[in-house]
Design a protein around this ligand. Sequence first.
Ligand code: FES
Length: 182
Amino acid sequence: MSVQTKRRNVLRALLSVAVLAVLAPFSGLARYFYRESASQSQRQKIANVNDLKPGSYVFFSYPRTGDPKIDGDPFRQYILLMTRDGKIRAYSRVCVHLWCLPTYASDRGLLVCPCHGSIYREEDGVAIAGPASLQPYPYNALPMVKLEIDGNGDIYAVGIDGRIGLGREWRNRSPDENVVRV
Ligand code: FES
């Protein structure tokens, strides 16, 4: 096989991978990759409601292991926030577009991705602008952390709703379902 033919074959293979990556979210293939993160169900205290005020937030790692290397993995990074109207929410920090880490613009009530400008609502983590908002359902929302708040106001992470880096099935469901008083 000539060098030119080999090069052409390599280019063809790379092109096929690129095409698949672009088309995956729009095809049945994406369904195959999308599944709930069932393994993340550790009960872990994050904060107390008295630590939060409207527009404030804390970052946390979940499920925490105590090993800084593992806990520093972006796919374990979450934000707990209190919306401007006092609701408690926790989201994956991984943008469902290409996995950068959005920040919380509390003055606007939005999570904003620094890479390509995707913007998510603080209320439910649904993308309303930028490339993430153009992805088909359910690849257009940040996964949520399921929370429990006990009688002392302690907030616990107890699981994940959605698939980190991919999305969350949010239609016909209230984000309040992921925040349970116990
Ligand atoms: S990675 Fe967030 S908008 Fe592209």
